[in-house]
Write a protein that binds this ligand. Structure first.
Ligand code: 13P
Length: 324
């Protein structure tokens, strides 16, 4: 295994001031995002939408990598350039979501992907008893096996155990489940001999459940999340790239910012790999209208700039307003 190359790619993905755009929605998920705006969910509209995002000028200043979907990695821009080349010209590393099976890894490598994401979903039940240890082990085992296969194919695995925000649980319960999840994930990673230096972790933040009726202060979320990661994630991991998980875009940015302002520096760069928190604003601004591509790109650049600032704790209300 070419650990040096893998480590180089992993470190480039969390380079200072940069993070990842997850633009890897399945057809069903992108359909749910298009529907409220009346955008028809067909291949051409998906291509036009991804083109709007990926051709945003200068976005490589804030975005290190993009996770593409199986359809998108094979698509081209209006000028005939494959999207993978559009990204490379901006100095952005192309990646891929492999939820549909790791046997495609060699193909994706040929198409230009240098990293790959797999997501496992953990649901916190309101009964206080789920997820069960068996459920956590089964998910961790699948994530570790995929990560080992990625490294064998010389691609950096992004390991994504998402503890869903859905539910009425407290922030303390989310902490407990996230701690157990990450502990199990890193144990399975050890058993499968996945090189820590050649992977990235994409976790959820530690939050109260979306229907708990409670909202934790931004500081509390930042502290709980970093405390949980410190207990479970080896310092040899080159970086943490959070998912946004359905938080509003401004709140996801504020949480990342607060984590990077904590007095004691974390052992890993704390960055982002957001889908909704980077895309909600540009999707609405574009709205499927070819005359509003500039509006969409401006909104995307602004969110990318805000999250880039959050990497160093430099995100402010003033910066947020500057993009309005
Ligand atoms: P969100 O940021 O919308 O949670 O998406 C991240 C992701 O890649 C989910 O798999």
């Amino acid at each position: 295994m070419a650990t040096t190359t893998l480590e180089g790619t992993a470190r480039a993905l969390v380079a200072p001031g940069k993070g990842i755009l997850a633009a890897d929605e399945s057809h069903a998920t992108i359909g749910r995002r298009f529907e409220p705006l009346g955008i028809v969910n067909n291949e051409e509209n998906r291509r036009r939408y991804r083109q709007m995002l990926l051709t945003t000028k200068g976005i490589g200043e804030f975005i290190s990598g993009v996770i593409l979907f199986d359809e998108t990695i094979r698509q081209t821009a209006d000028d005939g350039r494959p999207f993978v080349d559009v990204l490379r010209n901006e100095g952005i590393i192309p990646g891929i979501k492999v939820d549909r099976g790791s046997e495609r890894l060699a193909d994706y490598k040929k198409l230009g992907a240098r990293f790959a994401k797999w997501r496992a979903v953990i649901v916190i039940g309101d009964d206080g008893r789920t997820p069960t240890p068996l459920a956590l082990e089964a998910n961790a085992e699948a994530l570790a096996r995929y990560a080992a296969l990625c490294q064998e194919a010389e691609m950096v695995p992004i390991v994504e155990p998402e503890v869903l925000m859905d539910g009425g649980h407290s922030i303390e319960r989310c902490f407990e489940v996230t701690e157990a999840t990450l502990h199990t994930v890193f144990h399975a990673r050890w058993e499968h001999k996945v090189a820590l230096e050649g992977m990235l972790l994409k976790p959820s933040m530690v939050l109260p459940g979306a229907v708990s009726g409670r909202r934790a202060p931004v500081e509390d979320v930042a502290q709980a999340t970093v405390r949980c990661l410190r207990r479970t994630v080896p310092a040899a991991v080159p970086g943490i790239v959070f998912l946004s998980g359905g938080q509003s875009d401004e709140l996801a940015t504020a949480h990342l910012n607060a984590m990077n302002r904590l007095p004691e520096a974390a052992p890993w760069p704390l960055s982002f790999s957001f889908a909704r928190a980077l895309q909600a604003a540009p999707l609405t601004a574009w709205g499927g209208d070819p005359t509003r591509v500039d509006d969409g790109q401006r909104a995307f650049r602004h969110r990318a700039r805000c999250n880039s600032a959050a990497r160093t704790g430099a995100y402010t209300a003033e910066l947020e307003r500057s993009g309005r």
